[in-house]
Design a protein around this ligand. Structure first.
Ligand SMILES: Nc1ncnc2c1ncn2[C@@H]1O[C@H](COP(=O)(O)OP(=O)(O)OP(=O)(O)O)[C@@H](O)[C@H]1O
Ligand SMILES: [Mg+2]
Length: 285
């Protein structure tokens, strides 16, 4: 049975699509057949992050409205076995993606995957709400910016009111220099404010933006930032393997992450790792 994860934030531009693309790669490399679905109707860009922009023929609305089989809208990512992307409809308005339409599309995609990542649009309207209702769990992304944390707080509140019981948190674009100068919130402050289960902290790195622009996966590297994405994926994968989330497992996963006990080094990666190992500590000084 597949697990559907809504990746959401409230505020735009915080790294949802970056996280989806990289978790997709990592999950697939761990052996989970993964479909990343772009819910940003009218403003899609997941295809660019995944290096597939020229191959998109059918999209999510085509599945929902029976214009194609689900497989025909699943773009296989080159050189990564088990990783697929479904694009958002570029020429439709956001309101076209109703709960019934997304539910229809997901019912056709679920049997074809172990994990489905829903790359939500910014905001708390169409796309987000449908995903909040239909997903099995949510991954909330925030930056250390107060505005982003406030929006994440609102999103967590809405997810709770939609009976979403499994909510994890990722803090992206962390710059130690700014935290030291108190120019943004610290990770501890964010955790305290949001009361969410923190499963990953990703630094602000030129290399990550560069990889995105080139349609490359940062998570193909088992080191540096790649390792961070892979650990988050390992946490999610742990629950996929168990077929459900218990609070004990969740706690164990968090402890494992903090103690770096999750060993992703045996993962079967299909591409040769040729990336530079980012020196995040130094760059953040
Ligand atoms: N950790 C990071 N370090 C540096 N740049 C990053 C990082 N994460 C994301 N970015 C860059 O920030 C920008 C926004 O990222 P992304 O598109 O993933 O955000 P988003 O939340 O999906 O945005 P939207 O709300 O518009 O969908 C992109 O240019 C991306 O390359
Ligand atoms: Mg996005």
């Amino acid at each position: 049975m597949s697990v559907v994860i809504a990746v959401t934030s409230g505020k735009g531009g915080v790294g949802k699509t970056t996280l989806c693309a990289n978790l997709g790669y990592a999950l697939a490399s761990f052996g989970a057949k993964t479909i990343v679905v772009d819910l940003d109707t009218g403003l899609r860009n997941l295809d660019l992050h995944m290096g597939t922009d020229i191959q998109v023929i059918n999209n999510l609305m085509d599945i929902a409205e029976d214009r194609c089989e689900a497989e025909q809208a699943m773009v296989a990512i080159k050189n990564v076995s088990g990783l697929y992307m479904v694009a958002a409809a570029q020429t439709r308005s956001k309101s076209a993606l109703t709960k019934a339409k997304l539910s229809e599309a997901l019912s056709k995609l679920r049997p074809l995957a172990d994990v489905i990542l829903l790359d939500c649009p910014a905001g708390i309207d169409n796309g987000f709400i449908e995903a909040a209702v239909l997903a099995d769990r949510a991954l909330v992304v925030t930056t250390p910016d107060r505005t982003s944390v406030r929006d994440a707080d609102r999103v967590i509140g809405i997810l709770g009111s939609e009976q979403m019981h499994s909510i994890d948190l990722v803090v992206n674009m962390v710059q130690k220099k700014l935290i030291r100068k108190q120019a943004c919130m610290s990770v501890e402050e964010i955790e305290e404010t949001l009361h969410a289960n923190l499963i990953g902290v990703i630094p602000m790195e030129v290399k990550i933006a560069q990889d995105n622009n080139l349609g490359r996966f940062t998570s193909r590297s088992k080191h540096g930032n790649g390792k961070i994405f892979r650990k988050i994926a390992a946490f999610l994968m742990k629950d996929v393997d168990l077929g459900g989330l218990t609070s004990k497992d969740k706690e164990a996963g968090k402890t494992a992450l903090k103690n770096s006990e999750i060993n992703t080094d045996n993962a079967d990666v299909n591409e040769k790792d040729t990336s530079d190992i980012p020196k995040q500590e130094e760059e953040n000084k």
